[in-house]
Design a binder for this molecule. Structure first.
Ligand code: THU
Length: 162
């Protein structure tokens, strides 16, 4: 038996203006688009802003459905739209912000496992790290440098063949 340990590094910020300008803008766009989320069932709105390698920004927010499981998280709405429309680019960064309708929080949003897996796919495909910014409305931000740090032991194309 061999015991091993994984360490992850992340950065914490208390407000947007501690970030480089391009990432400040991304966070602000994620916050803004969260206001247009369609979340009548959970009342938990989420916004996501994807920064591409050509500096295009693609936005998304969560889209819910009366048949609950058919809804989709903000991250996947934004990432799939980005990759559908800009297939020749890579994802450089994504900012994700929760905007609950019924309470206030300074706790940055933690993406669900399915969205981490989707991000892992594009990081793997491009072989370029994706910076992930987890944001609250109030300004507390966590910056993670790679999807690998959020989803160790993830399933990838490499697992599909010998
Ligand atoms: N949600 C997201 O959009 N992203 C996440 O990372 C977590 C959860 C959405 C899904 C659902 O519409 C609502 O938040 C409550 O779970």
């Amino acid at each position: 038996m061999l015991k091993k340990q994984l360490n992850i590094t992340y950065e914490e910020y208390n407000s947007d203006n501690e970030l480089p300008l391009q990432l400040q803008n991304l966070v602000q766009q994620a916050r803004k688009i969260s206001e247009q989320a369609y979340a009548p069932y959970s009342r938990f709105r989420v916004g996501a802003a994807v920064l591409l390698s050509d500096n295009t920004v693609v936005l998304g927010n969560n889209q819910e459905n009366a048949s609950y499981p058919e809804g989709l998280c903000a991250e996947r709405v934004a990432v799939f739209a980005a990759m559908a429309n800009h297939a020749e680019t890579n994802i450089k960064a994504i900012a994700i912000c929760s905007n609950p309708m019924d309470f206030e929080t300074n706790v940055p949003l933690s993406p669900c496992g399915a969205c981490r897996q989707v991000l892992a796919e594009y990081e793997h495909k491009s072989n370029q790290h994706i910076t992930i910014l987890l944001c609250s409305l109030k300004g507390h931000i966590i910056l993670i440098n790679s999807v690998k740090d959020m989803l160790p032991f993830h399933f990838s194309a490499e697992n599909l063949s010998e």
